[in-house]
Structure formats: C-alpha cells, structure tokens
Design a protein around this ligand. Structure first.
Ligand SMILES: Cc1cc2nc3c(=O)[nH]c(=O)nc-3n(C[C@H](O)[C@H](O)[C@H](O)COP(=O)(O)OP(=O)(O)OC[C@H]3O[C@@H](n4cnc5c(N)ncnc54)[C@H](O)[C@@H]3O)c2cc1C
Length: 365
C-alpha cells in the first residue's frame, strides 16, 4: 500500500499535522513517541512560558483546545502551566481526534521515482507519496566548543536532566543567559545544590503576552517579507529572554555572574572542574551547559540517503517554499527546521496552526 503522507515525529507539530491529514481524508501514518521531547528533555514540573490563550494544538475545526481539555477534565488552567499538564493535553488531543500514533523511529528515508521508502527501527518498510519531517530539535543540542573535550560525568547539557536530585550538596555551574539556564538554576537550588549561574550579557525579561501575539501575527507573513524586515524580526523574536515567573525562583537564591565569559575549563586531578574566566577562576563539581540548540539537517542520519538532493539555507536549515516543501518534491519540513525561511514563530507552538493548514492543503490539492 502507498500512503498519501507519512509524518515523522509526534510532538505538537506532528500531532496537529495528523489531525488535519485525517480530517482531509488522506491516508497517513504518524511515527514517533507522543510529546516525547516535552517529558524526556525538559523537567516536567517546570512551566511552559506561552500564554494560555496561545497554547494549543491544531485541528481543522479548532475543537480540541486547551480550554476544552480543561473544562472536560475539570483541570484548572493557571498561568504558568506546567509542562506535565501540556503533555497530558497532548495525549487527550490524540484520544479526542482519534489520530493513530505508531511508536517507532524512522531510520532511513529514500525516494525512488515519485515514491518515498521509509525504514523504521522496528524493521518496517513503508511507502508514501509525501513525507513531513517534524522531529523538532532532535539531536540539535549545542555545547560550546571549549567544553566538548570534557567527560559527560563532569559536563552535561540542560536537556540531559529532567530532575536534579543527584546534585544535592554539590557545586554546580550553570552556563547560559536564557530561559533554560534560569530554570536549571532554580531546580538545582530546590534540589539543595550550590549554584553559580554564569552568563555573558545582562539578563532580559520577556513580555510573553506581546511576544506570543507577534509570533502568531508573523506566521503567514514572514516568508513574503524582504530581507531587511526578516532580519529585524529574527532579532526581535530570537534573543534569549527569561520569563518573569522564574525571577523569584532564582533571585537571592543563586549566585549570579553576569557579563562573564568562560575562557577555559580544565579537569583537576581530583575529578573536579577548574573554570577560568577573564580575570579569575573557580572550582566546581559539575557544569551544566544551558546553551540551547542548533538545528542542522546533517544531524538527522535518517536523511542520509536523500541529503545530497536537499538544498539548504543558512546554518544547514532546509530550503523550503511557501508551502514548507523542500527541494525534493513531496518532502516537507515542519517546526524549528523552518524557522529560517518562515520566521521565529516556528520555533514555538505558535506555528502549528499555519504549518498544519498549509502543508495538508498543499498535499490534498
Ligand atoms: C527547555 C525548552 C522549553 C521550551 N518552552 C517552550 C514554550 O514554553 N513554548 C513554546 O511554544 N515552545 C517552547 N519550546 C520549543 C519547543 O521545542 C517547540 O515549541 C516544540 O516542541 C516543537 O515541536 P515539534 O513537534 O517540532 O517537535 P518536538 O516537540 O521536539 O517533538 C519531536 C518528535 O519527534 C520524534 N522523533 C525524533 N526522532 C524521530 C525519528 N527518527 N523517527 C520518528 N520520530 C522521531 C519524537 O519522538 C517526538 O515525538 C521549548 C523548548 C525547550 C528546549
């Protein structure tokens, strides 16, 4: 059997795409682990910073909203919402829309004439006319080069941790000036670690309500703007910021080192880290790099068979057209992969509505 569409990835983008594909009568398969990134790579008891009215997945009639989930389940919606609640909402969305999710990983995608051939880690072979890649920031974590020589027992990335109990009583340096760094610092403090938060620039608080509105506003306009306008929006919506609800969890509880750069980090003879700044140095037990993610097509090995056919934009992002279609006909990208061409909106949940409608109507026509 040849399907109309295979969706790779079952996060907010994949689930929304499947809801639209199903409602359009397209034959589809959605492959991935539901909301996996949200419960395996982020501490679930921490908060989602998006305002409640902008938090949600997309189905064609906008029937299965966060508000309805709250009403039907008797779940109070207070801002900020915990990630655990957002994950529960994702599972409720799957149940209510009746979409099918196959819990498996895609291991390779190739194309023969007009048909894509997909292999999975469970040994399946599936055929489809179209494929959408919606794997979010999978394999994209970024650790600065001057830390990569150190062992993972001493240096980890923020996405390696969903709880911090093992750091009780230890001296931990958190590197980074954005939301993840402040979150990690707050959770380490709660876990009774001694925390040093090191960042290069002054911390910026974000106005999330306004940011969410701007993200939504630009979703369908950014692609058609000129380069100067695009650059302005990238600068406005991509800079690292911290949500105000994190401030009381960190302020006065964590030792902060603003305007500080790490020059070098060495492993000491007794298994600790000596961290050198511009002028002085400190010794800590562990360093957590809350230094974000850098998307690259080359980090997704399942694309290897078709990689040479994919044209890229800046920083190894796939080149996509106004319908999110790549330079391989029938192969689409959704989510953070499209944030260069379609704008910063697509780094966030705010992009699910425009992406799902656009891709599924492009395939359905
Ligand atoms: C710490 C942190 C906090 C964030 N907070 C917010 C926030 O408050 N608001 C907001 O809007 N955004 C936030 N984001 C951004 C968030 O990543 C995106 O909004 C969203 O998760 C992107 O959704 P996605 O569907 O593209 O991918 P993801 O949610 O990352 O899901 C990826 C999916 O791909 C699947 N997958 C991976 N590899 C394969 C494979 N080989 N085969 C099949 N499936 C595969 C996984 O199983 C998973 O289902 C945050 C990000 C981070 C890191």
């Amino acid at each position: 059997m040849i399907l109309d569409i295979i969706i790779v990835g079952a996060g907010p983008y994949g689930l929304s795409l499947a809801a639209h594909a199903q409602a359009s009568g397209l034959s589809y398969e959605l492959i991935g682990f539901p909301m996996e990134f949200w419960y395996k790579k982020m501490p679930p008891e921490m908060f989602i910073r998006t305002k409640l009215q902008n938090t949600g997945l997309s189905d064609p009639n906008n029937s299965f909203t966060l508000e309805r989930f709250s009403k039907e389940g008797g779940i109070a919606l207070d801002y900020p919402l915990t990630r655990r609640t957002f994950v529960e909402y994702g599972f409720w969305f799957i149940y209510k829309t009746g979409i099918n999710v196959t819990e498996d990983y895609v291991t390779s995608i190739s194309k023969n004439e007009d048909i894509f051939q997909i292999h999975t880690s469970n040994g399946r072979e599936i055929y489809s006319k179209n494929v959408v890649i919606a794997v979010g920031l999978t394999n994209a974590r970024y650790v600065p080069e001057n830390l990569t020589h150190l062992p993972s027992s001493l240096v980890t990335h923020s996405s390696d941790h969903i709880n911090f109990h093992s750091f009780k009583g230890r001296n931990v340096l958190v590197l980074g000036g954005g939301q993840s760094a402040w979150e990690v610092a707050a959770l380490l403090h709660e876990a009774a670690a001694n925390v040093k938060l090191v960042y290069r620039s002054p911390m910026r608080l974000s106005s999330d309500k306004e940011t969410n509105e701007r993200q939504k506003y630009f979703a369908d306009k950014f692609y058609f703007m000129n380069e100067v306008e695009k650059e302005k929006i990238h600068l406005e919506l991509r800079k690292p910021t911290v949500a105000d609800f994190l401030v009381p969890l960190v302020e006065g509880k964590v030792q902060k080192f603003p305007n500080t750069r790490i020059k070098e980090v060495l492993q000491t003879d007794n298994g600790k880290l000596q961290v050198f700044f511009q002028k002085d140095d400190i010794v800590v037990d562990h360093l957590i790099a809350a230094t974000g993610f850098k998307y690259s097509l080359y980090k997704l090995s399942f694309l290897n068979p078709i990689l040479t056919l994919l044209e890229t934009e800046v920083d190894d992002k796939p080149k996509v057209d106004k319908n999110f279609q790549s330079t391989i006909s029938g192969l689409y990208f959704a989510g953070p992969a499209t944030a260069f061409s379609h704008g910063p909106t697509f780094l966030f949940i705010a992009g699910v509505w425009h992406t799902s409608k656009t891709i599924i109507s492009s395939i359905g026509n």
